[in-house]
Design a protein around this ligand. Structure first.
Ligand code: TEU
Ligand code: CA
Length: 607
C-alpha cells in the first residue's frame, strides 16, 4: 500500500496544471477577485473555479443557534459559531432567508428584501456575520427568493388595491372562470394555485402558500427590481446566491390548463415558460457577470437532460443547479416509497453523461426541505447510524459536483419521532392535513407515517450543540420547534471531543477532498452499476486515480475489483484502517473506503 502512494505522489508532481490550479484557487481563497483574471484549465478540460472545489454548508438560521433566549435562532447565534463551521473545513456558507418576513413559510415569503428579519437581528448583525465569515477566509451566499414575495410586501399591498394601481402588473391577476379559479393549476402546499381577492374581484397566482403571490417576471420593471436587490447584497460583499425555484419565473403564456399528464408533477409544467433562459441571461449580463460570484439555482422540475441549458458556461446563466432526482428518489409526489441503490447510481451516471466539461452541478442529498440525510439514505438505528452517516459523507464528498452539507448532518442528526400533527410547524404538513386527512383521502395514521419519513420539519429541529437543556440551542424554556430527544447522545460538543465521531470524519473527508483535485474534477466511472449493495467508482484525472467503495448495507460484503484495477494506499475509511487488500475487499456493514488506485504499468487511466 505504501509504495503505491509514492508512485501517486510522483505523478502529482508531474501534473503541473493540477498544482497550478490549486495555487490559483488558494490565492482566490485569500480574497482576490476572479473577475478579469485568467482561469486555468485542467488536463481533462475542466476549468478550475473556486465554486467548483467549494464545500458548501447550509445554515437554516431559525434552527442554528439562539443568542438572546427567545427560542429562535438568529444571526448573532451564527456568528458565535463561525469557528465551529470553519473547523469543519467548509469554504462557503449558504444562509437560508434572513430577510424581513411574516414567516408564513419560514422566511421564504419576503416582506422587505433590504431588511433583516427582526427575529434574526439587525443589519449590523448581518454585517458582523459577513465580516466574521470573510475573516475566516470563507464565503457567504444568500438565498434569493424572487419567484414570489410575501403578500405583505409593499408591492403586493399596492397591487391588490386596484386594477389600475402602478404595481398591479407586478403580480399575476386574472378573472375567475365559471365561478372558480382561472385554470387548473395547483399549489405545492395543497389546493388551487389561485386565491380570490375580493378588493378587485380577481384571483392572484401563488405556486406556494396563498401568502406567497408569484411575481410577474414578464414585467421588465419586476426584473429590474430583482437585479437591484441582488446588487444591494452583492455590493455588501456577499459571494452569490442560491436561487429559490428559479425555473418557475417564466409563466406559460395564456396560462392554459396543464395537460393531465402533469397531474401530481406540476413542477415539470411550471418550468416550461418560454422566457426562462432569456431572463437568466439578462440577469447574468446585468448583474452576475460584474461580480466574482457563485450561483446555484434550485431547479425543482428540471431534468438532468435539461441541466446544461442552465449551467453550460458558454450560455452565461447559472453555475450549477439542484436537481431533485436523487434527493427525492424515495418519494413519488410526496408519498414515501423507499429506494434502491442501483437507481441512485443511475442518477449519478446520468448526471455525468448529460454534463460535459463545460457544465457543472451539485451533489447533495439533504436540505431544509427534506428529511435527515442519515435517516433517508443511511440507517439511523443505534447500530448503524454512525457508520452510515460517515459513508454518506464519503459519497457526497467524492462525487463530481460542488458538495452541499446541511447543518446537523455533520453530526449524524436524525429524523424526529413525530406522533401528532400538532408537533409540526411546516405549512406544507399542516395544509396537507386539511386537504388529505380531513377530506378522508388518507387516515391520520397513514398521513403521519408518511410525514415521519418525508416531512421538512425533520430537518428543521434545532441544531444539537451539547447535552444541556434544549441541546444548548437556546436558553428559553422552549425552542420554536421541538429538539430531537436524542440530543444527549448526538451533539456537537460530544462529537468534537470524540476522534471517531461523524463530525471528525466529515472534517477528514472535507480535508481529503480539498487537497485532491481528482475527487473534485476527476472523470467518474461506476465500476458495477447493477450491484444492489456496493457502490464502487473511480475518480481520475491525468494519471492519478482514486477508488471509492461503499457498502450500502447492514451486512458484511465482499467486493472483487475488476482485474484491471488494484487498490493502493487507503486514504480514508469510516471504520478505521482495514487489512491490506488490493483486489478482494472484505467490507463490514456500512463500510466506506477511499483508496488511491495503484499505478498500472500499462498506464491505463480508465478501468
Ligand atoms: O422549495 C421548493 C420546492 O418546490 C420544494 O422543495 C418544496 O419545499 C416542496 O417540498 C415541494 O414538494 C423552495 C424552498 O426551498 C422551500 O423551503 C420553500 O417553501 C419553497 O421554495 C417556496 O419558497
Ligand atoms: Ca433569538
Amino acid at each position: 500500500m505504501r509504495t503505491a502512494s509514492v508512485v501517486w505522489a510522483g505523478m502529482v508532481l508531474c501534473s503541473g496544471c493540477v498544482l497550478a490550479s490549486l495555487a490559483a484557487s488558494e490565492s482566490r481563497r485569500a480574497g482576490h477577485s476572479n473577475v478579469g483574471t485568467s482561469v486555468s484549465q485542467l488536463e481533462n478540460g475542466y476549468q478550475d473555479r473556486w465554486w467548483k472545489d467549494a464545500v458548501v454548508y447550509q445554515v437554516y438560521p431559525r434552527s442554528f443557534k439562539d443568542s438572546n433566549g427567545d427560542g429562535i435562532g438568529d444571526l448573532k447565534g451564527i456568528t458565535s459559531e463561525l469557528d465551529y463551521i470553519q473547523k469543519l473545513g467548509v469554504s462557503v456558507v449558504w444562509l437560508s432567508p434572513h430577510y424581513d418576513s411574516p414567516n408564513a413559510d419560514n422566511g421564504y415569503d419576503i416582506r422587505d428584501y433590504r431588511k433583516v428579519m427582526a427575529e434574526f437581528g439587525s443589519m449590523d448583525d448581518f454585517d458582523a456575520l459577513l465580516k466574521g465569515i470573510k475573516q475566516r477566509h470563507m464565503r457567504l451566499i444568500l438565498d434569493l427568493v424572487v419567484n414570489h414575495t410575501s403578500d405583505e410586501n409593499y408591492w403586493f399591498v399596492e397591487s391588490r388595491k386596484s386594477k389600475d394601481n402602478p404595481y398591479r402588473n407586478y403580480y399575476i391577476w386574472r378573472a375567475g372562470q365559471d365561478g372558480g379559479p382561472p385554470n387548473n393549476w395547483t399549489s405545492f402546499f395543497s389546493g388551487s394555485a389561485w386565491k380570490f381577492d375580493p378588493a378587485t374581484n380577481e384571483y392572484y397566482l401563488h405556486y406556494f402558500a396563498d401568502k406567497q403571490p408569484d411575481l410577474n417576471w414578464d414585467n421588465p420593471k419586476v426584473r429590474q427590481e430583482v437585479y437591484g436587490i441582488m446588487k444591494f447584497w452583492l455590493d455588501k460583499g456577499v459571494d452569490g446566491f442560491r436561487m429559490d425555484v428559479i425555473p418557475f419565473v417564466s409563466k406559460v403564456p395564456g396560462l392554459p390548463n396543464y395537460p393531465s399528464s402533469y397531474e401530481g408533477r406540476v413542477q415539470y409544467f411550471y418550468t416550461t415558460g418560454p422566457h426562462l433562459h432569456e431572463y437568466l441571461q439578462e440577469m447574468n449580463k446585468e448583474v452576475l457577470a460584474k461580480y466574482d460570484v457563485m450561483t446555484v439555482g434550485e431547479a425543482f422540475g428540471v431534468t438532468l437532460e435539461q441541466t446544461p441549458m442552465f449551467v453550460d458556461e458558454r450560455r452565461h446563466e447559472l453555475n450549477m443547479i439542484f436537481n431533485f432526482d436523487a434527493v427525492r428518489l424515495d418519494q413519488d409526489n410526496g408519498r414515501w416509497l423507499g429506494w434502491k441503490l442501483p437507481d441512485l447510481k443511475a442518477i449519478y451516471a446520468r448526471q455525468d453523461r448529460e454534463l460535459d466539461k463545460h457544465s457543472w452541478n451539485t451533489i447533495f442529498l439533504s436540505n431544509h426541505d427534506n428529511p435527515r440525510l442519515v435517516s433517508a439514505f443511511g440507517d439511523d438505528s443505534a447500530t448503524n447510524r454512525v457508520a452510515s452517516a460517515k459513508l454518506l459523507a464519503t459519497m457526497i464528498l467524492s462525487l463530481k459536483g460542488t458538495a452541499f452539507i446541511y447543518q446537523g448532518d455533520e453530526l449524524g442528526m436524525t429524523n424526529y419521532p413525530f406522533r401528532d400533527i400538532n408537533e409540526f410547524d411546516d405549512i406544507q404538513a399542516k395544509n396537507g392535513w386539511t386537504a388529505d386527512v380531513l377530506t378522508g383521502k388518507y387516515t391520520a395514521g397513514q398521513y403521519l407515517a408518511n410525514l415521519r419519513k418525508t416531512s421538512r420539519d425533520n430537518a428543521r429541529t434545532p441544531m444539537q450543540w451539547d447535552d444541556t437543556a434544549s441541546a444548548g440551542f437556546t436558553s428559553a424554556p422552549k425552542a420554536w420547534l421541538a429538539v430531537n430527544p436524542n440530543f444527549p447522545a448526538i451533539n456537537a460538543k460530544q462529537e468534537m471531543n470524540d476522534p471517531a465521531s461523524v463530525y471528525n470524519y466529515y472534517r477528514q473527508m472535507i480535508e481529503l477532498r480539498k487537497k485532491t483535485p481528482a475527487l473534485v474534477y476527476g472523470d467518474y466511472q461506476d465500476l458495477d452499476p447493477a450491484n444492489a449493495n456496493i457502490f464502487a467508482y473511480t475518480r481520475s484525472i491525468s494519471k492519478t486515480a482514486y477508488l471509492v467503495v461503499l457498502n450500502f448495507s447492514g451486512q458484511a460484503a465482499t467486493y472483487v475489483l475488476p482485474s484491471s484495477l488494484k487498490a493502493g494506499k487507503l486514504e480514508l475509511g469510516n471504520l478505521g484502517l482495514a487489512e491490506e487488500e488490493t483486489d478482494r475487499l472484505h467490507l463490514k456493514p456500512w463500510e466506506a473506503r477511499v483508496y488511491q488506485v495503484a499505478h498500472q504499468p500499462s498506464g491505463a487511466s480508465r478501468y
